[in-house]
Write a protein that binds this ligand. Structure first.
Ligand SMILES: *Cc1c(COP(=O)(O)O)cnc(C)c1O
Length: 414
């Protein structure tokens, strides 16, 4: 893409033209799904359009975000981290949202939408279980039965989250087919939806999948960036020099970035999982190392081998361990509005440890990738104001952490 094309696409993006009528973000996105699902996706698109434009829906969502999720989440100045990095640093605290991460913003919004559209039940799929827990909680609140598909391997690995889903009233279905992890769970959830496209609402967990999901999830997560932007101005009198977020499927990042896209002076940086190396299967850096292709209903970047087979991925953080990425991020990279970098497992663990010791905040391993990327940028650009999206809390990561950081009682540095 040459710079003229990029500038024209940025212009269209800022005018709110994406997704377009075909569900595309420039060359990316669209709707690649079995014929049997097209009517359901078209109904959903019409439902999204009418709800997002409806003042009553917005009021109900706003009330529930305040009274049940606990929004607005704070913007926390972190002076000790800032001193160590040579920067002014502010954290947008999605770790303090109900159920411990940003995922609840999307799960609640879609559960309310499902009820509006007259669905009889909600289906979802989950890998690490975080989206399953958020969906189970939102469905309980909204009063809809919920089925969560989860690979049998993940059911074993993520026993505490499975128990949380049960307590919240969801039915968890272990999937024994295929690779018995997230990919098989997605196939199974789609199968259920194809069999019951009228009764079931498919609640997708990130800014991925066929149109209208990337758009719907962006709209629901943009509350992060809208709040952060207003809070930043109130606290500092201006805008940050850069906003940084981790990127798995890309929902917390697009939510943080979107309200800043028109602020040309605000740099935006997405941080992917660099894992333990750049070799095949050692990382999940989809934007950094992926190629265009279709995965889960959308044309975007994905990690694939020479034959177009989807690659294995690795990350110390389960939430970033996904071979695809949302189509809007593919566009934002192509036009150069957002820089995408990666942080390794070790860099993320190190940033997590520093944040715990310096600020008394235990971030999720996913969010620690954003901290690691922000810290590197800070050291290369001294004296700037940095906004970091802290997408979730790290309590769920204790089993990984007690293995990775033996006797992790790091002494405080201040
Ligand atoms: C799921 C998750 C992510 C990654 O998902 P995105 O859609 O890329 O935001 C990041 N952080 C936390 C805490 C998560 O639970």
């Amino acid at each position: 893409m040459d710079s003229q094309q990029a500038a024209a696409l940025l212009q269209r993006l800022l005018q709110g033209e994406f997704p377009d009528a075909r569900g595309r973000f420039g060359p990316f996105g669209g709707r690649y799904a079995p014929e049997t699902l097209m009517p359901a996706l078209e109904r959903l698109e019409a439902g999204v359009r009418s709800c997002l434009g409806d003042a009553q829906f917005a009021a109900e969502l706003g009330r529930e975000l305040r009274d049940w999720v606990g929004r607005p989440t704070p913007l926390t100045p972190v002076r000790h981290l800032g001193r160590s990095w040579g920067a002014e640093v502010y954290l947008k605290r999605e770790d303090l949202a109900h159920t411990g991460a940003h995922k609840i913003n999307n799960a609640l919004g879609q559960a309310l939408l499902a009820r509006r559209l007259g669905a009889a039940r909600v289906i979802a799929e989950t890998g690490a279980g975080q989206h399953g827990v958020a969906t189970a909680a939102a469905c309980a609140r909204v009063g809809l039965p919920c089925t969560v598909y989860m690979g049998a391997v993940d059911v074993k690995r993520q026993a505490p989250n499975v128990e949380r889903m049960h307590q919240l009233g969801a039915r968890v279905v272990p999937v024994e087919s295929g690779d018995r992890t997230l990919r098989a769970a997605i196939d199974e959830a789609f199968r259920d939806w194809v069999a019951d496209p009228e009764g079931a609402y498919y609640l997708l967990g990130s800014a991925v999948g066929p149109h209208p999901y990337p758009w719907l999830v962006r709209e629901l997560q943009s509350v992060i960036g809208r709040e952060a932007r207003a809070q930043f101005i109130e606290l500092t009198g201006g805008l940050p020099d850069i906003a940084v977020a981790c990127v798995g499927g890309g929902s917390n990042a697009i939510g943080l970035f979107h309200p800043f896209l028109a602020d040309a002076a605000v740099k935006l940086m997405g941080v992917e999982a660099g894992g333990r190396g750049s070799g095949l299967g050692e990382h999940s850096a989809t934007i950094g190392r992926g190629k265009p292709g279709v995965l889960h209903g959308s044309y975007s970047l994905l990690l694939q081998d020479g034959d177009g087979q989807v690659q294995e991925t690795h990350s110390v953080s389960a939430g970033l361990d996904y071979p695809g990425v949302g189509p809007e991020h593919a566009l934002l990279q192509a036009i150069g509005r957002v820089d995408y970098v990666s942080a390794t497992d070790d860099e993320a663990l190190d940033a997590l440890r520093e944040c715990c010791a310096a600020e008394g905040i235990l971030p999720a391993l996913e969010s620690s990738h954003a901290l690691a990327g922000a810290r590197r940028w800070a050291r290369e650009h001294p004296g700037r104001r940095i906004l970091v999206g802290l997408s979730g809390r790290g309590d769920k990561d204790m089993p990984t952490l007690s293995q990775a950081i033996p006797g992790a009682a790091t002494p405080s540095h201040h």
